[in-house]
Design a binder for this molecule. Structure first.
Ligand SMILES: *Cc1c(COP(=O)(O)O)cnc(C)c1O
Length: 394
């Protein structure tokens, strides 16, 4: 496999002006990724600051209720800042510091990655600027305030549809204009090489821990691991250390929005085609002319028109399965997990719970399914109430 490629996917489709930045990043990453001091520092941040390892929780009530395979939940919702995003952010900000950078920039959609980046920047004493679609700054005003509280500057992006994809484009432009002191903390397993590899490696702690914890609790490998997929970072983290264990089924759950047969969907594998965008070759939702299509999901974190290149390869080779889950199914699962286990999941994570509700009853009782709960659902409660027609406006 040639450098930075996952099968035919990945690569570096970027302007000449960004080449020096990604080459510098790749060289630094290659230097530090096997450096014992760097890894010891990162492990301390993970354990002491982010609260790792996250629990692998046996969902006994859900298991009994579904009447099939045994269900475990990987609790990334318990991390500091409430999701898996902190794993990648701590890794990248630490790397940026080692590279001598004094400023980090990042895109954000709903604000989860922006808040995580602002958190790590505050803690490691870096300047921080976040680019967020203007539309999103209005929908997620509380997260804008959080980022400012943490010392970050937030720039509303007005180009295009003024949402996540435009925020990514704007952050890339900003990086191009100021690479000497600035690192771009990309939020998922996407973008030009080496980002998909770097983000995957920092998120791979999820599957490393699942493997160890499952060995401790059950003395064997799980039969299925599953996670929701936006760009695909929590899913890549969940899959990575199981890719060679071919007995383990890998299932990614995409946001189908109002359905894969409607225009209001974000299910890239189900509805997308091969294309090039944001520096990478992969699958993207496109219109008939090949323009990136506007996408929709109730879940802001899954509302991205593409999928990371390593997922595109795992799909091509058949090693992983990708399934669409609608808004309706995700909202049902959001309420289900809240009531049956006393765990309010992020609406993103609820997409994985929804698919688990479909397949777990069909699997034998001696099988084991692990669902990654990528984040906590406090942020989503008002939107779900609105979806159900309840007015809880504050
Ligand atoms: C951002 C986010 C996602 C989607 O991002 P991936 O890169 O696909 O993991 C999923 N869940 C939560 C809680 C998020 O904040």
């Amino acid at each position: 496999m040639s450098k930075g490629r996952f099968g035919i996917h990945g690569g570096q489709y970027i302007p000449e002006t960004l080449m020096n930045a990604v080459i510098e990043l790749e060289e630094a990453y290659n230097k530090y990724k096997n450096d014992p001091e760097f890894n010891a520092e990162l492990e301390t941040l993970f354990n002491e600051y982010a609260g790792r390892p996250s629990r692998l929780y046996y969902a006994e009530r859900m298991t009994k209720d579904l009447g099939g395979a045994k269900v475990y939940l990987k609790r990334e919702d318990l991390n500091h800042t409430g999701s898996h995003k902190i794993n990648n952010v701590l890794g990248q900000v630490l790397l940026a510091k080692k590279m001598g950078k004094t400023r980090v920039i990042a895109e954000t959609g709903a604000g989860q990655h922006g808040v995580a980046t602002a958190t790590a920047a505050a803690m490691m004493d870096m300047e921080c600027e976040i680019f967020m679609g203007k539309e999103d700054t209005e929908r997620q005003a509380l997260n804008v305030y959080r980022m400012r509280l943490l010392g970050a500057k937030v720039h509303p992006v007005t180009s295009g549809t003024a949402t996540l994809k435009d925020a990514v484009s704007e952050t890339m432009r900003e990086w191009t204009s100021r690479i000497s002191d600035t690192h771009y903390v990309l939020g998922s397993v996407m973008g030009p090489h080496p980002f998909p590899t770097i983000v995957r490696d920092f998120q791979a702690v999820i599957s490393k821990e699942i493997k160890e914890q499952m060995q401790e609790k059950e003395g064997r490998l799980p039969d299925v691991v599953m996670a929701c997929v936006g760009g695909g970072s929590n899913a890549m983290g969940t899959f990575y250390n199981f890719i060679e264990d071919t007995s383990v089924r890998l299932i990614g759950c995409e946001a189908a929005g109002r359905g894969v047969n409607t225009a209001e969907t974000a299910a890239t594998i189900a509805t997308g085609r091969l294309g090039i965008f944001h520096g990478m070759k992969s699958y993207f939702c496109q219109d008939e002319y090949g323009q990136i299509a506007p996408v929709y999901s109730i879940s802001a974190g899954l509302d991205y028109p593409g999928i990371g290149p390593e997922h595109a390869m795992l799909y091509d080779t058949g090693r992983a399965e990708y399934v669409p889950v609608t808004d309706d199914e995700a909202v049902d699962a959001f309420e289900y997990l809240s009531r049956i286990e006393g765990i309010i999941p992020a609406i993103e994570s609820a997409h994985a719970v929804a698919h688990a509700k479909k397949i777990v009853p069909t699997l034998p009782k001696d099988q084991i399914v692990v669902i990654t709960i990528s984040g906590r659902g406090d942020k989503d409660v008002a939107a779900i109430a609105r979806y159900r027609g309840e007015d809880i406006s504050d």
